[in-house]
Design a protein around this ligand. Structure first.
Ligand code: GLU
Length: 548
């Protein structure tokens, strides 16, 4: 067989050789130990928290070592492509604090190892494909889907390993005449690897997270290029990660079954292998059982949904770090104020088996992180979130920034800040009563109290409220009003003989709170009244007394 002739017959337009590519993509000039990693999504526009887990691993490895983190779009399967999908992915990762040094951008490429969209790298792949044909390491296969089906059915019947290999590989040793006949007839072909592996061979492989694993050698003549001349994942992975000088491939463990094929590819292509980190999958508890996240069943794990709920980027990253490294929490407790990027992240502490996503823990972290925001940060983050997801609230906040900041400053600062807000989507129900237009009576006045009694308390309080009184005087006045309206000012005394009173001072406070905020639970009432201001506070109380 004249392989050179066959190579030119199959790829007449390719005039480049691997050496040209090696020159165009030279080894990177980076300091010793610097890692080069990539995030390589399909342009579906959809990314979930499992993807973020991988992306953060990539990002930490690169940036912690002074290396490069790049974005490559794996768009060789147009069926999976969604209009604007690339922009959605870039935008979402950016919002969650994951930034790339180079790679695909919404309007092109940034960096000298591109193009970073696989669909634009046809010539690169075909250069290597042609070279493999030239060396007798790849061959065209003209099998139709029906031929392949027939092979599969027979293999099933004979209980053999399915796939295109050995005696089933009809085109592996076809002669030039038969190949030319098919080409002349215009029949499409795929390019296959002429595998040199043997069924049953095995060897050890070192994965940085999984440790030493047993690999069964590949012996299937897998497809390298599809009939449109574009590779699918495998061949593109080897060529791109070699030329883009990736040092560490971080990917989901679901790729492990393809690893034997990839190892063979790197060998036949003469490439040095990168290090591999096959990450555990992110799992959730469903009815007490752990299972993989599912796009269909778990919309709350889509990053877009997560974002719309208003988890701040720093919370998500903080939580991801607890999933990524088992010793992160210990470090965090010892270093509550350092940025997470100061943590010495290591693949050695990554779990080789599934890691469980725990929403309760995430929410807990979120409450803590938000409670530590300064008022200024809380204000700017809230407005940024609300502009997109609650424009009415954003307008109210920005119309009077000082008022909004005063609301957001309640219980903030100090040693034990209040943890009332878990996500930005809690803001509306947290703050709505401060705005007359959003005020609603969420909780009714309990009907165990006579309306007349409540009215009497509220009217008296509205008459007497004095904004200049300090916290102690303010409470003393509530007690005094309780006493004068038949409520017991002292809780202990009240509990000893409740039948002697209309209620207690706690009930009086509750009436005022219900009138002011429309609810039974609210932030500190003294603070609330000072933010609302005298006029608004008194008119709300008076209005409620009249309406009852
Ligand atoms: N495009 C592949 C995916 O979306 C990337 C896997 C990898 O990172 O190599 O699963």
């Amino acid at each position: 067989m004249d392989h050179e002739y066959l190579a030119n017959l199959l790829y007449p337009d390719i005039d480049t050789v691997p050496d040209d590519m090696e020159k165009a993509y030279p080894p990177r000039d980076l300091p010793e130990g610097a890692k080069v990693t990539r995030f390589a999504p399909s342009p579906t526009g959809f990314i979930h928290l499992g993807n973020l887990y991988g992306a953060l691993t990539d990002e930490r490895l690169a940036h912690q070592s002074g290396g490069v983190f790049f974005l490559r779009i794996e768009d060789t399967d147009s069926k999976r492509e969604v209009e604007g999908g690339v922009e959605l992915i870039i935008d979402m990762l950016d919002k969650f604090g994951i930034h790339f040094d180079e790679g695909a951008t919404s309007d092109g490429d940034n960096g000298s190892y591109g193009p970073y969209r696989q669909s634009r790298r046809k010539k690169v792949y075909q250069t290597y494909a042609k070279d493999l044909v030239r060396k007798g390491l790849a061959y065209p296969c003209f099998c139709t889907p029906e031929d392949l089906n027939a092979i599969r059915e027979e293999q099933e019947r004979e209980k053999l390993t399915p796939g295109y290999y050995g005696k089933w590989a009809k085109w592996r040793d076809a002669d030039l005449d038969s190949i030319r006949r098919e080409l002349d007839a215009g029949r499409p072909f795929v390019l296959r690897l002429r595998s040199e592996g043997h069924e049953g061979d095995s060897f050890k492989f070192d994965d940085l997270v999984k440790g030493k694993i047993d690999i069964t050698a590949n012996f299937i003549d897998h497809v390298l290029l599809k009939s449109d001349g574009i590779p699918d994942y495998h061949f593109a992975h080897a060529v791109d990660d070699h030329l883009m000088r990736t040092t560490h491939v971080v990917r989901d463990e679901s790729w492990l079954p393809s690893l034997p094929f990839h190892i063979e590819l790197f060998r036949v292509l003469g490439f040095r292998m990168p290090k591999y980190i096959h990450t555990a999958q992110v799992l959730k508890l469903d009815d007490g059982k752990k299972r993989k996240l599912s796009k269909r069943k778990d919309p709350e794990f889509a990053m877009s949904f997560f974002y719309s709920r208003g988890y701040p980027a720093e919370v998500t990253l903080e939580y991801m770090m607890t999933l990524l490294n088992s010793n992160f929490e210990e470090w965090r407790n010892a270093n509550p104020d350092l940025p997470y990027t100061d943590f010495p992240f290591t693949v050695k502490k990554m779990s080789p088996s599934g890691c469980l996503f725990d929403f309760d823990k995430l929410n807990d972290i979120s409450r803590t992180v938000i409670s530590r925001f300064s008022t200024e940060k809380m204000y700017s983050s809230s407005v940024e979130w609300a502009r997109e997801f609650d424009p009415e609230l954003a307008d109210l906040f920005t119309a009077n920034p000082d008022y909004a900041k005063a609301i957001l400053s309640i219980g903030r600062g100090g040693k034990k800040p209040r943890k009332d807000i878990t996500v930005f989507s809690d803001l509306r129900s947290y703050a709505d009563f401060f705005f007359d237009g959003l005020f609603v009576q969420k909780d009714p006045f309990p009907d165990v109290f006579a309306t007349e009694k409540i009215r009497e308390v509220l009217s008296l309080y509205a008459d007497e409220y004095d904004e200049s009184e300090d916290r102690d005087m303010w409470f003393a006045r509530i007690k005094s009003i309780a006493e004068r309206t038949g409520f017991c000012p002292d809780m202990k005394e009240y509990k000893a003989a409740p039948e002697l009173y209309a209620g207690s001072v706690a009930d009086v406070s509750m009436f005022i709170r219900l009138a002011l905020t429309g609810r039974l639970n609210s932030p500190d009432m003294y603070d609330v009244m000072h933010i609302l201001g005298r006029d608004r506070s008194v008119s709300r109380i008076r209005k409620k007394a009249e309406e009852l």
